[in-house]
Design a protein around this ligand. Structure first.
Ligand code: MG
Length: 250
């Protein structure tokens, strides 16, 4: 299944993509799917972020090569931080940083979208808690992050978390190629097989401390190659078998 959230005919609807069309739903994809009879060509639909998280739980330094480019050794456990719901941005949405931001970075990542309330999950049961997978850009005001000495302000500015274009359960998240492109040029390449902590163990680690709700997102970390974006730049995050998340810097 490929799940989308779209704006069509002036209303926001959830839907499922089938043969280039969006079949719209009553309610959300987190419950049993109930189709409402609406069918719209995908190209007539404005894509929104394909989930509405109460929080985005991010893993810092989940690839060894990125940990090293940040000047340290890989941590021995997942380092977590949050992005607030104010950061969620849509496929094609503009990314705008306040004028005081001196360095605005992309971080291409695989995102996990939660299907049902998750607390004290055991790694071997992880799959039943997951709706699917999508692309995410963990946009970061790097100079603010470094100035503050912790990550809240630099990571959680409005619109700093584009997600999309849709959520799919049709991939094996254990081995997916990831590529980030800036103005068409590849700047990050990785594979989710390189994760220091894999998704089942991440869910067990996170939910030992905090409850994840339907629609919450786990951002699984970025590979080496982070770099800055300037106004006018176009940034794309592509995950193998999922799709391309494309945004422009305003
Ligand atoms: Mg990140």
């Amino acid at each position: 299944m490929r799940y989308v959230r779209v704006e069509v005919d002036g209303a926001v609807r959830w839907g499922v993509i089938r043969d280039g069309e969006v079949l719209t739903l009553h309610g959300t994809p987190y419950e049993e799917l109930v189709y409402d009879g609406g069918v719209f060509p995908l190209e007539q639909c404005a894509l929104l972020a394909p989930c509405t998280p109460s929080k985005v739980v991010c893993v810092g330094k989940n690839y060894a090569d990125h940990a090293r480019e940040m000047g340290g050794e890989p941590p021995g456990f997942p380092v977590l931080f949050l992005k607030g719901p104010n950061t969620v941005n849509r496929p094609g949405g503009g990314i705008h940083a306040p004028a005081f931001v001196g360095r605005l970075d992309y971080e291409g990542e695989l995102a996990v979208v939660i299907r049902r309330r998750a607390k004290d999950v055991k790694a071997e049961n992880f799959a039943s808690y997951i709706l699917g997978y999508t692309c995410l850009n963990d946009v970061t005001a790097r100079d603010v992050q470094q100035h503050d000495g912790q990550w809240t302000r630099g990571k959680s500015m409005d619109g700093f978390c584009p997600i999309g274009p849709w959520v799919t359960d049709e991939v094996d998240p254990g081995s997916l190629e990831l590529e980030t492109r800036l103005n068409g040029k590849a700047v990050q390449q990785g594979n989710t097989a390189q994760f220091l902590t894999k998704i089942p163990q991440l869910l067990e680690f996170i939910t030992a401390s905090m409850t994840l709700e339907p629609g919450d997102v786990v951002a699984t970390g970025t590979p080496a190659g982070i770099g800055l974006m300037k106004p006018g730049d176009v940034v794309e995050v592509e995950l193998e078998g999922i799709g391309i998340l494309k945004n422009q810097i305003l």
